[in-house]
Write a protein that binds this ligand. Structure first.
Ligand SMILES: O=C(O)c1ccc[n+]([C@@H]2O[C@H](COP(=O)([O-])O)[C@@H](O)[C@H]2O)c1
Ligand SMILES: Cc1cc2nc[nH]c2cc1C
Length: 346
């Protein structure tokens, strides 16, 4: 199942922003990637110079994965609900970064295998189910749950855009989630498990070998269905990852730029671009994760990460860490004099 192609960011604004960049009181090319990023933001806004990115919003999609009961992670599934509570308290790694950089954080329990009693009701407003299926032996979701999760992610993006988001970030939380995300990348790129599977939270060599076999088993079980991006989500994805795909699709179709995070965010971006070709033009890559599948998917999407810090936390942390760089790019395009104004023709 696919959707209509997504029109690219405004080509006229892109051209005008590139002209402005070329005319700044800096040597040609001296701003490097900061120049390119400023031009991209201007094109997504359709405005030159671009407006400051005052309203930046991260949504963390949380869920559990049946496969996490099968030796693919260095940590137990009980970490997932514990971390959801930590996001609510504002005490997670990403919370510290978001506070430092003025990024609004919202966490959603899409498919955590816990009732999360006592957390604010809005955290569970879009819950699809408790845990997704163990993908090496069963489908992650039913067809109806896949559609429900995609629609939930779309609704969340609409809510954030209506609340004023100028830039959206996607984050993830879920022990075991690098297994379905790796399978989604393998499906999108037509690669075997051995080329995409990484250590996630830090599994040892023996567990990495086992995890690779589990990913391959999931790919083999799904077979031809992997040719279809929505069936990929149903067979080897999960509810939280399907919701993330819906969120990214809605942002791109609404003309709101997105800063991507690590493997889960980028696997969902790849899947969104398979569903609606052209969506990736609305995405920038916040950072390079240590997961091989993330780099492979970024290459396929033509995206080059802003930061490369050896980060593999997830939660949206790499995207939030890149926000000041994007704001710097906007400031340069807005606030630097034009060389022609300094050197009037004689
Ligand atoms: O963002 C990444 O690329 C990334 C890489 C490795 C691990 N993680 C985080 O660690 C958890 C998944 O790792 P694992 O080993 O349980 O599959 C999940 O909560 C992710 O947010 C995230
Ligand atoms: C403590 C912890 C925090 C995390 N944040 C994202 N994934 C995580 C995995 C663990 C184990």
């Amino acid at each position: 199942m696919t959707a209509a192609a997504v029109p690219p960011p405004n080509p006229d604004a892109r051209a005008r922003a590139a002209d402005r960049l070329a005319g700044l009181a800096t040597p040609a090319g001296a701003l490097g990637r900061l120049g390119d990023l400023g031009v991209w933001v201007a094109a997504t806004q359709g405005e030159v110079p671009p407006r400051p990115l005052d309203d930046v919003r991260l949504v963390i999609f949380a869920g559990d994965h049946g496969v996490a009961q099968h030796g693919v992670s260095a940590y137990p599934p009980a970490i997932t609900p514990a971390m959801v509570r930590t996001f609510v308290l504002g005490k997670a790694g990403v919370s510290a970064l978001a506070t430092a950089h003025g990024v609004h954080v919202r966490v959603l329990d899409i498919s955590v295998d816990d009732d999360l009693e006592g957390v604010p009701a809005d955290v569970q407003a879009h819950k699809v189910r408790r845990g997704s299926g163990a993908i090496h032996v069963e489908d992650a979701l039913t067809e109806a749950e896949t559609a429900q999760a995609l629609a939930a992610g779309r609704a969340v993006a609409r809510e954030e855009i209506e609340a004023g988001a100028q830039l959206l970030l996607s984050g993830d939380m879920g022990i075991g989630n690098t297994t379905p995300a790796s399978a989604m990348v393998a499906a999108g790129l037509g690669l075997p498990a051995a080329e995409v599977t990484g250590r996630g939270t830090g599994v040892d060599d023996a567990a990495l070998q086992h995890k690779t076999a589990v990913v391959q088993q999931a790919l083999d079980r799904a077979g031809d269905r992997l040719a279809d991006p929505v069936q990929t989500l149903q067979a080897v994805g999960s509810a939280d990852l399907a919701a993330t795909v819906g969120y990214l699709l809605e942002a791109a179709e609404s003309g709101v730029p997105v800063l991507l995070d690590g493997l889960m965010s980028v696997a969902c971006a790849l899947t969104a671009d398979r569903i609606a070709p052209g969506a990736a033009a609305w995405f920038a890559a916040g950072h390079r994760s240590t997961e091989p599948a993330q780099s492979l998917a970024l290459d396929k999407l033509g995206l080059s990460p802003v930061l490369d810090l050896g980060l593999r936390l997830g939660e949206g942390s790499g995207a939030v860490a890149a926000v000041p760089v994007l704001r710097s790019a906007v400031a340069l395009l807005r606030d630097v004099a034009l060389l022609a104004d300094l050197m009037p023709p004689e």
